[in-house]
Structure formats: C-alpha cells, structure tokens
Design a protein around this ligand. Structure first.
Ligand code: TXA
Ligand code: MG
Length: 505
C-alpha cells in the first residue's frame, strides 16, 4: 500500500463533501494504473501546500499566471507516489522559502477540482492532496509561474473567498478558523509551542512556581502581546527567563559577585542593571517597562528550561492569568482566563511551588527582597550567606512597581478570619472557607478547602483553592471566601502577601 493510501484511509474528513472527495480519490488510486501521472487523462493526483505563518495569523498565496487567480502552492506529481514530497517540492520552488515545517504529520485537506480543456488537453479532474506547513520567514521569491506572492490575513483570505467562492478554499477557511483559537499542546509537543514563540506568538507553559505566559523577549511586537492578552498595566516590567547562565550572559553582563546567585537551585528572580554593550545581544526595552534594570530568572524546572532552549531565545513571562486574578497553577486556570487571547497553552501537571518566585535586588553585598515568593527570606539568607532585607515601603513604587498593583483577587470578595467563632458574623449568604491547620469538622455545612499543614502545602494549594472556591460560589447571592489567618513568620511572608492582596489590601 502506498503512503498516500494509508494516509487517506486514516484521514477524518471535515464534512460530507470532503468525505466524498476522499472516497473518490481512493477509488482513483485503486482503479487507475498510474493515478500519479498526468497521462491519466480522466484525472490525476496533485500535491499542494498551504503555508501559514507560525502563529497561523497569515497564509502565503501565489497569483498563478496560468490560472490567473490567488491559490496555494502546488502542482502535478509526475509519477511521484509520495504526495507529501510533491507538496514540499512545489512549495520550495514556488515560494523560494526553505525554512518551513510540516504542521501535522497528516493530510490537511482533500479537494477535487474540475480543470477545463486547454489547447490539446481535455477537461479532467485534479485530486488535490493538501498539506499544511508553518514558517517564521516573511520573505519570498516570486518565480516564473506567478504574477505575485502575498501574505493574506484570515480576514483578507475570507474576503477573497467571498468573491471567488472556491468550495475547497471555503472549507480551508473553516479549518483555519479552528486553528486560530488557543491551541492546546501536550508537553511532548513543546517544539510546536517553541515554533509559535519564534514566530512572535504568545504561549503559556509550566514553570516550577506558576504557569507563565511567554513571548520572545527580544521581539517588541511579541512582548506587547503579553500586555494586551493579560490586560497588564504598561509600567509593570516582565521577568526574562533563560535556560542557563551561559544563555543569560549572551544578553547581559553579570557582575562576578552576582553570578553565584544564579547558581542557587531555588525559585529566585534577580534584578540586575540593564546596560547594553557591544558584546551582548539586545533585549526588547518593553520588558523593562521604563526601569534601568531587568529581572532575570533561570527556572529550576527541567521542562521549562528545555522549552526555553527549544525557543532559542530568552522568554519574557509573567504569570499566565488575567491581570488582577489569582495566578494559575494548573493549565485549566490559564485556559479559563486566556482562551482565545493567546496562541497556545502547553498543558502539563500542576506547578510544584504554587506561588511566584522571590524577586531580589543585589546592592552593596546585601539582598533586598522586592517581592516575597516561593523561597523564604530565611532560606535565601542560608543559601546565599548574605544579609537579606525587605525593600522599604517608601521605595516600593520605584523599585518594585508590580507589587503596588491590584493582584490575586478572584471575582468573589475574600475576607481573613482568625478563629471559627468569627465566621457567623462574616457570612452573608454563601461562603467557602480556606483552612490552614484547623480541622474541617469545625465548619460543618460550609464548603471547606484544606490547604495542608505546612507552609509548602499552603503555597502549593492557595491559588488553586481561591479559584476552586470561586467556582463553588458561582452565581450564588452575596458570596464570600473566608481565609484562615496564617502565622506571621518570615516563612509565611510570601503567602501572607498573596492573602493580603487577595483581600484587596
Ligand atoms: O515565578 C514567577 O516569577 C513567575 C513565573 C512565570 O516565572 N512570573 C511572575 O511574573 O510572577 P509577574 O510578571 O507576574 O511578576 C513579576 C514581578 C512583578 O512584581 C514585577 O514588578 C517584578 O517582578 N519585576 C519585573 N522586572 C522588574 C525590574 N526590572 N525591577 C523590579 N521589579 C521587576
Ligand atoms: Mg503575576
């Protein structure tokens, strides 16, 4: 059996019309001796290529000289039974683009076109097998078969087909439309996510702390998309993620005294001076949002580093939630906030730490904490052997702009309580309680969520609990989420900061 026959037999047609095309193509392959050759006069197999930009925002078409219309790349197989190879050959010859990838290892569309009689060739059918490809290249070369080549946006392509009314390409519009929503990728498909990043798209992925929303940190247009998707204030700078110290040093000069901080295996972000030099590659100024510094992080999560390496560029990534909402610790949380607003989500297991990295600034041999996070001050002091202090309140706006914004708030009000006795007065109509050490038994009749008994468990589960509580109370009148007070020790500083903000303080 030829490869094409196998591909057609496992292909799922989009609708009844395409189903018929597939059946007729299979019939041709079974009944004709040379279905791949143009000498088969009733009709023959052709191969074509739909070339999309990596983010699926555009398609490259050729204004074909002989056909005098805008079509995809493609042509006769001339005996070649490997139709994918035919599509690749036609794409390369007619577009001049060489850096492209097959979108999926299967057929994208099957169409049958009636070709009118031309000179001494009688009217016949083209059994067209179409494959989809993606590229990050913009430039093309027009060859002798074309009048011109042009990138069409989805809207422009739709407008074109509303006039031309090619039934096959009208079906492609429907298929393309489905690709334009947020793609859900498995972690095994991370290279597809990396391709979207390289093409200037935005992709959510797992880190050891929370899910991040990544874009190429060297591409201004891509970084801007993060702010739009999240509705993030313009003056809140982004953390830039690197896969290794070597990668970091390609972009920034790291003073020798700071270098050891990057070797610490903890969820840590280090803010350093951003002084571009002749020997370092530039980052987009948008990541710094007007600061003279840049926040750098080398994630400890192996998957995250593998993904960044595949992207081949540093990744600017805030938490992958809508601004002001709780940070996402599960891919489903990202989906519920950002579906349709970002290009893809790389699904994966829930994140380990559950709150964001600790952000620090190194000055005069001391570490100043700009944002409390997954690694505590105590642990940081032990790991770095440095004095660790908190940024003064008066300096917060200047040094740590992000911490001054509204943050981590679900759509239901959050109220802190110390003892079970306080609860009756706090409850309006419906409440969920988020508990630390207290037993659920005290809260009979209420929806209770236990965070666990250690600080690490509380951190892992807090944002998840906020989102689950919010869902439990959906459409209930006067809902409230009650959160049990945590100890006010240094260890709990990160989680207390999140709780305080969730309460709107
Ligand atoms: O764990 C994390 O840090 C996650 C994951 C995805 O890596 N990222 C994250 O990013 O929490 P985001 O944008 O939600 O928070 C970044 C924090 C903000 O408070 C921001 O103001 C601060 O880091 N930051 C970024 N660049 C800074 C800079 N140049 N100077 C001072 N603070 C900065
Ligand atoms: Mg955030």
């Amino acid at each position: 059996m030829t490869k094409l026959l196998k591909m057609l037999k496992t292909y799922t047609p989009f609708d009844d019309v395409e189903k018929e095309h597939v059946a007729n193509t299979l019939h041709l392959l079974k009944t004709e001796k040379e279905p791949h050759s143009r000498t088969t006069e009733i009709g023959h197999i052709t191969g074509s290529a739909l070339l999309f930009s990596n983010d699926f925002k555009k398609i490259l078409l050729t204004h074909h000289k002989k056909l005098n219309k805008w079509v995809q790349f493609g042509g006769h197989a001339d005996g070649d039974e490997n139709t994918l190879r035919v599509a690749v050959k036609e794409l390369t010859e007619e577009s001049g683009i060489t850096d492209f990838e097959l979108f999926e290892n299967k057929i994208f569309d099957v169409d049958i076109q009636e070709i009118p009689a031309y000179k001494n060739i009688p009217a016949h059918l083209h059994y067209d097998i179409r494959f989809a490809f993606t590229t990050c290249e913009n430039n093309f070369i027009v060859n002798e078969e074309s009048i011109a080549l042009k990138w069409f946006t989805f809207e422009q392509f739709k407008e074109l087909q509303s006039r031309v009314k090619d039934p096959g390409l009208l079906r492609v519009i429907k298929k393309w439309g489905e690709l334009l929503g947020t793609k859900l990728l498995s972690e095994k498909e991370y290279k597809q996510g990396a391709r979207i990043i390289k093409g200037g798209g935005v992709v959510a992925f797992r880190t050891e702390t929370v899910f991040g929303l990544g874009a190429d940190a060297t591409n201004c247009e891509a970084v801007k998309k993060i702010f739009v998707a999240k509705n993030r204030p313009q003056n809140n700078p982004l953390i830039v993620h690197f896969h290794s110290i070597k990668h970091l040093q390609e972009y920034l000069i790291i003073p020798p005294e700071i270098l050891p901080l990057f070797r610490i295996k903890a969820p840590l972000t280090i803010v350093i001076q951003n002084t571009p030099t002749d020997t370092t590659k530039p980052l987009s100024p948008i990541v710094c949002a007007g600061q003279k510094t840049v926040a750098c992080r080398i994630p400890t999560c192996g998957f995250t580093r593998k993904f960044i390496r595949a992207c081949g560029t540093p990744i600017s990534a805030p938490s992958a939630n809508t601004s002001t909402r709780p940070s996402p610790t599960r891919w489903q949380d990202v989906f519920s906030d950002l579906d349709g607003r970002i290009d893809a989500i790389i699904k994966g297991k829930p994140t380990k730490f559950g709150i964001e990295s600790t952000v620090v600034l190194y000055t005069d041999g001391k570490l100043e904490v700009l944002r409390h996070g997954a690694v505590s001050v105590k642990k940081l002091a032990r790991l770095t052997k440095l004095v660790v202090t908190n940024v003064a309140d008066s300096e917060k706006l200047k040094k740590s702009p992000g911490t001054m914004h509204k943050h981590y708030t679900p759509s239901v009000p959050v109220v802190l309580f110390k003892k079970p006795e306080e609860i009756p007065a706090l409850i309006k109509d419906k409440a969920a309680v988020i508990l630390f050490k207290t037993n659920k038994e005290h809260y009979k009749g209420l929806r209770a969520i236990n965070l666990g008994k250690t600080c690490a468990c509380v951190q892992t589960n807090f944002f998840k609990a906020l989102r689950d509580a919010e869902k439990m109370l959906l459409e209930k009148p006067n809902p409230v989420i009650l959160v049990e007070q945590m100890p006010s020790t240094q260890e709990f500083a990160g989680i207390n900061d999140r709780i305080c903000k969730a309460c709107g303080k």
